[in-house]
Design a binder for this molecule. Structure first.
Ligand code: T5A
Length: 259
């Protein structure tokens, strides 16, 4: 089934991105979501950034080795953008053009958070680079997997076993706390695209929360003549548990707690 896209094109699929800190469970959830969509008979393409196409995977190896770090965040941002162009041209756009669901583990919000906010690059520059790189191929839905930095880092560490940390995992915990805030700020700024998911539960519980959002946002019939609107609420402690949708689309807070 192809979903009508807001970004033009007579027929296109659906572009879903997963974002969040290290070890938040993005890859796990991307896989689980693809399995569930596939059971509905929908074609799914799971992919990742940096990477997702042969040349972009080569750039991934360079970026995660840390070889570019000494050139500074702007050079890193440009290389992530170069990888993204190749990924879009060779994987994402062809899949969307044939009506597939593309589920991408990280995308442009990661550049905004890692290189932009944490790397102190002027946000106008990051957004201009994003506009040139991404063009109209913006995600239809972004799932922000949110959990304390320490928990995500512990998960990533446990998975790695004794292996070496990569370029960004090796940053201190303050960096990763800052990342979490940046992703939550991005979600607050674009509530019609972004939905924050509490990623501290079990994989199955988180997958269920994600499925509720995907069903309501992408699979349910649209209300006549319009897209869903949403409003964002920020708790007093600065953490965001979710980005609430309009009443037709609202997630039961209890469902989130259970996840
Ligand atoms: N980057 C990327 C930039 O700086 N700028 C950019 O523009 C882009 C696109 C990519 C790095 O590049 C940076 C960000 C990153 O540092 P990566 O290896 O792809 O490097 O890093 P991550 O995307 O962070 O991938 P991770 O694998 O570390 O995290 P995930 O995908 O969020 O987590 P996942 O699913 O692999 O799970 C990690 C471990 O936790 C377990 C899993 O089994 C696994 O062992 N797990 C859970 N455990 C308990 N409870 C749960 N609910 C769990 N879910 C998963």
């Amino acid at each position: 089934m192809a979903v009508a896209g807001k970004n033009g094109g007579a027929r296109r699929g659906c572009f879903i991105t997963l974002e969040g800190g290290e070890g938040a469970g993005k890859s796990t959830q991307a896989r689980m979501l693809a399995e569930r969509l596939s059971l509905r008979g929908l074609e799914c393409v799971t992919t990742r950034e940096p990477g997702g196409s042969p040349h972009a995977e080569e750039l991934r190896a360079v970026l995660l080795s840390g070889a570019v770090a000494s050139l500074g965040p702007m050079a890193e941002a440009l290389l992530f953008a170069a990888a993204r162009v190749d990924h879009l041209d060779h994987t994402i756009r062809p899949a969307l053009a044939r009506g597939a669901y593309v589920i991408c583990d990280r995308f442009a919000d990661s550049t905004r958070a890692y290189q932009g906010a944490l790397g102190n690059i002027d946000p106008r520059l990051i957004l201009a680079l994003e506009a040139v790189t991404v063009g109209a191929t913006r995600p239809d839905l972004t799932l922000m997997l949110d959990l304390p930095a320490e928990v995500g880092l512990a998960r990533a560490r446990a998975r790695r076993g004794g292996g070496a940390t990569d370029r960004f995992e090796s940053e201190g915990v303050e960096f990763h706390r800052g990342l979490r805030s940046s992703f939550l700020d991005i979600a607050a700024g674009e509530p019609s695209r972004c939905f924050v998911i509490d990623a501290s539960g079990t994989p199955a519980g988180i997958a269920e929360s994600i499925w509720v959002v995907v069903e309501r946002r992408l699979l349910a019939p649209r209300p006549p003549g319009g897209s869903f609107k949403s409003t964002a609420a920020k708790p007093a402690d600065g953490r965001r548990d979710d980005v609430r949708q309009d009443p037709q689309n609202q997630q039961d807070p209890q469902e989130r707690v259970k996840a």
